[in-house]
Design a protein around this ligand. Structure first.
Ligand code: NAP
Length: 200
């Protein structure tokens, strides 16, 4: 599958590395261009393709892994145009811990805002409820870590849950962006909830 990743922080780099290692064609972009992307993956055996945001947004599925504060700028300049899946991994931090401040969305939710900013994409929320160190930490051999998923398009959810399974996590799709997506947001019932499920 052609996978785009926007952002080469902890989440973007980890996801790109894992998907590339599985044989997917992974186009990775950050704000500084291809050389900067390549330098992030120096020494990695993962064959990612340093790309522009345009290349990444042209892929079948695109992971948005930038700070929340960058999302508007990214999606206002470019977004998927052909019904691709856009996986929103963001959390609505204005500033990160240890001096965290959280955006006041006045009853709205981050992933619904993303969906409105990318109207030609099918938005799925995932990979945001746990710190990445926890998300990808080892688990007992007979267990898998639960990863919550929300979205409004069943085929898109199915594609994302398959990819989550491929990288060894246990997807649990709970419903729409408006309901489950809000529960996954910072301060929601599923935010930071760490669960393990039996591997079989
Ligand atoms: N870290 C975690 O534990 C964790 C866990 C779950 C969810 N999240 C959420 O996932 C998202 C990513 O977090 P993160 O910690 O991996 O990284 P981050 O520090 O939030 O994001 C850094 C990446 O975003 C890129 N970026 C910023 N503006 C951009 C633009 N206009 N175009 C393209 N790329 C741009 C940066 O590019 P440059 O490298 O060029 O500056 C950098 O690679 C955040 O919203 C975060 O809240 C994080």
């Amino acid at each position: 599958m052609q996978i785009g990743v926007i952002g080469t922080g902890s989440v973007g780099k980890t996801l790109a590395t894992k998907f590339a290692a599985l044989g997917h064609q992974v186009h990775v972009a950050n704000s500084r261009g291809r050389d900067a992307v390549a330098s992030v993956f120096t020494g990695s055996s993962a064959p990612v393709i340093p790309s522009t945001s345009s290349d990444a947004f042209a892929c079948d599925i695109v992971f948005l892994a930038t700070p929340w504060t960058a999302v508007r700028g990214v999606l206002e300049s470019e977004s998927p145009q052909n019904g691709q899946i856009l996986v929103d991994t963001t959390n609505i931090f204005l500033t990160y811990p240890p001096h965290a401040t959280i955006d006041d969305l006045k009853g709205d939710s981050g992933s619904e805002i993303v969906a409105r900013m990318a109207p030609m994409a099918r938005v799925v929320k995932a990979f945001n409820t746990l710190p990445f160190e926890t998300m990808f930490a080892p688990v007992p051999p007979d267990m898998k870590r639960v990863l919550f998923v929300a979205g409004d398009d069943e085929p898109a959810i199915s594609t994302v849950t398959s990819l989550i399974t491929e990288i060894g996590l246990h997807p649990v799709a709970l419903g729409s962006l408006a309901s489950a997506g809000r529960m996954m947001e910072l301060g929601g019932a599923l935010s930071t909830l760490e669960l393990l499920a039996p591997a079989n």
